[in-house]
Design a protein around this ligand. Sequence first.
Ligand SMILES: [Fe+2]
Ligand SMILES: [Fe+2]
Length: 187
Amino acid sequence: MSEAKTPFLSDVKTLRERAKQHLGRGAVTSTYTGDVNKTIDLLQIVLATEIVCVLRYTMHSIAATGISSESVKAEFAQHAKEEQDHMNAVAERINQLGGRPNFSPEGLAMRSASQYVEGENLVDMIKENLIAERIAIDHYRELIRYFGDNDPGTRVMLEGILVVEEEHANDMHDLLVSHEGKPMLGR
Ligand SMILES: [Fe+2]
Ligand SMILES: [Fe+2]
């Protein structure tokens, strides 16, 4: 079996020959060493998490009221837009791997790692968003470690998303401090 002693770098001829095999698998080639079905299942959870984040931030950007709510609303709206970018990127990745992105509203809240909480007032909203961001950060960090070198494409996508979630968490933390005078969650 030539596969057993495959050199670290394949030559162009081998690359071309391999690429012609299993064209139906699209982006999933023989050097993909992850479990593609498991990857798709994990990404469906990430997709649901991002959809819930889009919904929650959008709701907050419209419903927030109170002193200085206009600037906070603008921040929520900006986050909603960035969560939508994440949603699209994850859905694209599921599609590249041969899966069907699950956008079904049925069971969405159950699939998502973070929760949809409306929040009674501006401070509650900020807190709920901070909690959701912290859940996403923990979850994505674990996934990045899990994918490692077996699926660098998925890992790099998640690393890009993680950086933005960390910014989001920091933004929510700063808003909380400016509205409450102290952080509500230990850092
Ligand atoms: Fe996100
Ligand atoms: Fe976020």
